[in-house]
Ligand binder design. Structure first.
Ligand SMILES: C[S@@+](CC[C@H](N)C(=O)[O-])C[C@H]1O[C@@H](n2cnc3c(N)ncnc32)[C@H](O)[C@@H]1O
Length: 303
């Protein structure tokens, strides 16, 4: 049986295309507030960013099925020398919306990760107390749950579905999925990559989470779809997906990532809907990023 994928260009604070309690798993990475090298000036201020997430969390509560999981891949963000506590604030917002806080996994990136702000260099220049700022090589994978899961659901599933959703315990152990620290290489910033300017997460993240928290044939939602990584992983794993993305300029990126040209051969279906609240963001953001980069040479700017 083929899978289906709905891509909706519009604001995820309103997911009118999605029925109540019809989503089995959410995996997402919201914009990293006003991250200097991805989203400079996207929000007028931190409170506006949080308010967007508050509104979204209530809509998420409506569409997620009871007992199911919602995962955020995110991190605290350093903007103009101030560190914003995104991880703590998303945790409070989700709890206020009625979700249970279930777990936090640290996603550890390789030490050679090139997109980090090299703040520790300050200590080399000034080897004295009070000059310490660490280089960040991690993000948080925050796991929430809507109430408790009823395991009778699994007993009622067709045996074929349960069998085909079985997790490979050899891989689970070898790749150390059982720990609260996951070592996964980030998307490498090769020139010409399809995800340029999107702050995409590597496919391995939705790949693991989809296998850990959904059954074959179920529906995975990514409300901040970006380049389409979650839908791509869902498709590869026999799950359906719904993705919301506000930036219409990402249409060709998503089509490319989902390999839309080869669809007829696979039996999978992709439906794309463009709503009137879709925007065009990428070109403007990239222009601002280029401007930031041209002034980023100044020593203590990122600290
Ligand atoms: C960090 S990126 C997601 C990257 C994605 N995980 C990937 O692998 O490509 C966040 C995305 O959210 C989109 N976005 C921001 N606000 C939105 C909103 N209110 N509704 C839907 N999408 C939004 C941005 O345009 C951006 O593409």
């Amino acid at each position: 049986m083929g899978t289906w994928h709905k891509i909706i260009f519009g604001d995820c604070r309103r997911m009118t295309e999605v029925y109540d309690e019809s989503v089995h798993l959410m995996i997402t990475s919201p914009p990293y507030y006003n991250a200097p090298f991805d989203y400079p000036g996207l929000f007028a201020g931190y409170e506006e960013f949080l308010e967007m997430l508050r509104e979204f969390s209530r809509e998420l509560y409506r569409v997620l099925a009871p007992g199911r999981i919602a995962v955020f891949v995110t991190d605290d963000m350093l903007v103009d020398g101030e560190k914003y506590p995104v991880v703590a604030d998303i945790t409070s917002i989700m709890r206020d919306a009625g979700f249970r806080y279930r777990d936090k996994i640290v996603w550890r990136k390789p030490e050679g990760y090139t997109r980090i702000s090299r703040r520790s260099g300050l200590m080399v220049k000034h080897p004295y107390p009070m000059y310490f700022y660490p280089d960040n090589i991690q993000e948080s994978i925050l796991i929430f749950q809507k109430g408790k899961f009823d395991y009778n659901y699994v007993r009622a599933l067709p045996p074929e579905v349960v069998k085909n959703s079985r997790i490979d315990i050899g891989e689970f152990q070898r790749a150390r999925w059982f720990l609260t620290v996951w070592e996964i290489t980030n998307v490498l910033p090769f020139e010409g990559r399809v995800e340029k300017g999107v702050a995409a997460f590597p496919e391995e993240i939705p790949n693991r989470l989809i296998r850990l928290f959904s059954f074959i044939g179920e529906t995975v939602l990514d409300p901040f779809l970006g380049s389409g990584t979650t839908s791509k992983a869902a498709r590869a794993l026999g799950r359906n997906s719904i993705g919301y993305e506000i930036d219409l300029e990402l249409l060709s990126v998503i089509k490319q990532k989902l390999n839309c040209d080869q669809l007829s051969l696979s039996g999978d279906q992709v439906e794309i809907l463009v709503r009137s609240d879709a925007k065009r963001l990428r070109t403007d953001l990239q222009r601002r990023v280029a401007k930031q980069k041209s002034v980023a040479g100044k020593p203590r700017r990122g600290v």
